[in-house]
Ligand binder design. Sequence first.
Ligand code: NAD
Ligand code: 89Y
Length: 335
Amino acid sequence: MSKVRIGVVGLGFFAQNQLEAWRVIEGVEIAAVCDRDPAKVEAARQRYGVERGYTDVAEMLSDGGIDAVDVATTPPSHRAIVEQVARAGKAVICQKPMAETLEDARAMVEACRRAGVSFTVHENFRFQRPMREVAGLLRDGAIGEPFFARISFRTPYDVFANQPYLATESRFIILDLGIHLLDLARCFMGDARDVSCWTKRVNPKIRGEDVATMVLDHGGGRTSIVDCSYATHQVPDPWPQTIVIIEGTEGTISLEADYRLHLTRGAEITTRHVPPPAWPWSKLPLDIIQDSVVALQKHWVESYLAGRPAETSGEDNLKVVELVHAAYADAERRR
Ligand code: NAD
Ligand code: 89Y
């Protein structure tokens, strides 16, 4: 069977993980790379052994020979590129956040629906190995009916060193990082129907909020607290780990730092160590995210070949984008 031919657009900081992952996944090949910066195109062509390189998406698409486009540019460019790819009739994967505004996100989902192309968001936190384990326990009924969750990501990590654009955005932590945690909350507790939110900027050198606390109503008395901070003094720094607690009618699941997963039922506790598998390019402590990229992209290939939407389809992810904007609206109302 011929390989699925991927064109990767945006060859910056995070795309390197996506390119490494495509290389180890069976049944796909990187057919072309594209970035508006020619130096990055040349570097990616050399490093990943890709013949075709472009500085313009339109040119890459018109040359043909591509089945799907993986968009790893920064958010302001997402809508235009996704719509362009949809018009060309190709499947599209787009990094989170799908778009900066709800209006753009809705338009992107609609454009792909109208063009009849599959649209997936590269929402990878739910593909982290420990998160798959937690979801599996919930699915197996290990704690009965879940009624409370806390999903927490707090760190002093200097995230702006690798991603300087995050310091200048008027909206930072919910749109960039909270979006992953809100998706996890949905994944574990079901869709949310309401969100309350409080935000704060602690770091005076950045423009947006770097601390957020959100309370979600999942219906039927189920609630979750989703909290994140890039301003927390903490030693050792858990970055980039997410801490999870889920309480259910028959037990509690607790994912602590260093991937210790506890399952408590009555007076009994069982503990497992669930670290991510290592890849040749894994770089501690980012290995958890790097492995999730492989897992998501493998899932995408399986879904694409089976002709079904991926778990993180555009339509599904729109619900997370809606939550993000509802959270900002609530925080602004309180202010
Ligand atoms: P980056 O600035 O390092 O790279 C973006 C690249 O896109 C740059 O090389 C830029 O030249 C290129 N680009 C921008 N607009 C373009 C256009 N119209 N055509 C062609 N190339 C264009 O950014 P990054 O930190 O790699 O972030 C990229 C995306 O990845 C963002 O959406 C970010 O939120 C996401 N991200 C996800 C994770 C995760 O864990 N899922 C982690 C980091 C970043
Ligand atoms: O961009 C963000 C993401 O998606 O995961 C972590 C991150 O790199 C910084 O908050």
